[in-house]
Design a protein around this ligand. Sequence first.
Ligand code: SF4
Length: 488
Amino acid sequence: MFKISKSDYVLGVKCPNAIWFKKLRKDLQPEFNTALLEQGNAVGALARSKYPDGVHITELPWERSAVLNTQRAIDNNAPYIYEATMATSTGEYCAVDILKNNKDGTWDIIEVKSTTKPHDYHYIDISFQKYVFSKCGLQIRDCWILTLNPEYVRHGELDVQELFIAHDASAEMQSMETVASEVERIRNILNGPELGIAISKAKCNKFYECSYKNHCWRNVPPYSVFDTFKGALADEIYAEYGPDLANVPADQYARQMHSGDIEAFLSNQEIRDPDILRQFTDQLRWPLYYLDYESIQPAVPMFDNSRPYQQICFQFSLHVQRTPGGVLEHYEYLHNTPGTDPRPGLIQKLIETIGDAGSVIVYNQGFEQGRNTEMARDFPEYATQLNAINERMLDLLMPFRYRGLYRPCQNGSASIKQTLPAFVPEMSYENMGIHNGTEASEQFMAFMQGKQTPEQTATMMQNLHDYCGQDTLAMVKLLEVVQGALNK
Ligand code: SF4
């Protein structure tokens, strides 16, 4: 008999192939994201302090002693039971983050999530929990999903009452009959023969991007119908013609927003539109400042004047060209004191070095502009200067996004990670110690939490210096490409 946990259940609802792989193809098990797990554990521990004096079941949910100790805590009328665990005689089991005693013979389930709002699969998860606990004889009254409160602003010590917000889950949950029939369906899948793999853009990205995509999508080319057709249409086109764009009739993709990308891909031709390029270059004002930020995004606010998941900038790179063809200067700020707020030092250095005239060139303006707006809100003493920087901002993404320049190897994307190798192939992120913003953020977070050795920190600082500097130098080179294309 297969045991069914709550994560098994959610996976089985998502896709029959996924639950089969999890239970029967151990060779395909995806890598575990330990940083995400640690973050979830930290949020869970904080949530428990909102409901104090509970009994904590510390055994793992599949251990018999977890069930026995939960029953003992129930018999003793504990006000709260953390990680309360039950298992049905038919093999379904789960631990509930917080089981609340209503002291009238009924109990509430409180499921803690380290998001800022409930997601679809959280309701499926908590429906299974209610099913297991009800089947084991406990009377469940209400079910709650406890998330971080996106409006909470830290001032001094964390206020756990304000940090979390409880959402009544009842209206969105599956009925107990639905859970029972889904459990039966999952058991039939596991007891039957292996199914053929049926990929679908909608299904494989339902709830979250499936971690078995490497396996199931291995025959999908890097640029396929899934990249070029939106939503349900992508699945229809795939069912009719397969993943390869070369097999799709032209009249099918002619109405797509980026049909030009597909034509460029099929004919291996570059796109160039001088009007779009000129619209951008006409706005340039010298001197030119090329700016890029790196940030961390702590789930639980680490600093005063910050909210859950707020982006906290810890580094900037700034390349400066004072005159056309002039020498390139480089400035940066990289915070180097763990546990302290990087923003005041970063803002001061930025204001000192970015002058008060000339274009501030960024790639994907929403990010840098958004961070400046937030820093102006959180540090109003610098609001005038930060808002003035935003007024000077120009987005180098635009000439690429609107296909002033496009090469087939960009695979439909205008991100700098695609445009740089397409137009400046001698500059690559491949051999760098840090390859993308996510890695930069994860490593700097480990440093901020005091989890690195001095050697690791020294290596990381050098890698961050190289990585962020590469982003701004890449903009210098891409602007040269844009200007060069106008002169052809
Ligand atoms: S990648 Fe898609 S088909 Fe494969 S297991 Fe995941 S959801 Fe199912």
